[in-house]
Design a protein around this ligand. Sequence first.
Ligand code: SAM
Ligand code: SF4
Length: 354
Amino acid sequence: MQGWLPVDENTARAGGPEAPFQQAESPLVDALGRVHNSLRISVTDRCNIRCFYCMPNENVRFKPRHEILSFEEIERFVRVVARMGVSKLRLTGGEPLVRANLPELVRRLSAVGGIQDLALTTNGILLAEQAGELQRAGLRRLNISLDGLREETFRRIARRDGLERVLQGIFAAQRAGFEKIRLNAVAIRGITEDEVVPLGEFARRQGLELRFIEFMPLDAEGNWQQEQVLTGEEIRARLEDAFGPLVAIERPDPSQPAVDYQFADGMGRIGFINPVSQPFCGDCNRLRLTAEGQVRNCLFSTVEWDARAVLRGDGTDQQLADLVRQCVAAKKPGHGIDSPVFVKPQRAMYQIGG
Ligand code: SAM
Ligand code: SF4
């Protein structure tokens, strides 16, 4: 066994009764030298709203409960990849807060040796009820999706009501004392242009970071059009018209997908995730585990590696580790959205985990 990290960096941040953590395996490096230390875990494909850029409006066929990984299975997977250097986790979905007893999973994962960062992405609808318990369970960072501040925009995108509940969820999360709360806004031409400046004002007033995300071709109904992509650059221009020049902030972590800026008056940060207009695949460090246990090396991957079969078929940890290595080794250089031969994955966003 070889320890890959200097000993003083090996102590598990989340603590717990275990011995100091030792990264026992070599890191997950792909053919282009990209080191994979970040895992997005989808805990469910279910959701309480129906955003048009993600889910079908009606008659959604969710996975039956027995196909979805149990907390024990997710924890085992995480223990295996943590030994290969995965230190950052994000829980997502579907809507993660519709999964029963989610704080229990947070407790388990935050106690896994080597996990230094545990975050969650939510639509915020159920957050007012759950924020306190999630924080106490060990969740430190939250991304809350908020594409606009008008009820009409919310209904047009989510095809359900709920803006007021999301706002109450944001305020409850702020009271619960998370280390960091960020707002995520998907930008769609023809729908959210007039939300950009009010969202900027809201984020500044609330002391929250805001990130705009370009609309990607992962909608279940297959209606994505390049023309609907409201680019990060266009949004930045709108914000600069309203607030003055934005000042670029140096990236502390080159694998972070966002380009961040500060408002000129120093009050607030704003980021842009521009996967369509400015792909950042060259620095990607992310792996994904779907709710039913398929490992993916890209949002746009058309191939998956079946971890559930290993988990449920008496497979060893070594077999699980080998499967993850195969998945990483097969990662393509980029998503290729711009390529004439781009093939949209069969799965939509809610079935992958954004
Ligand atoms: N339900 C949670 C939520 O909405 O925050 C978590 C899952 S959702 C799939 C994760 C993130 O992906 C959200 O911020 C959502 O807005 C974003 N998203 C979903 N579909 C997208 C698409 N087609 N393009 C860009 N972002 C998308
Ligand atoms: Fe649900 Fe999130 Fe998809 Fe919207 S983006 S439908 S909230 S999973």
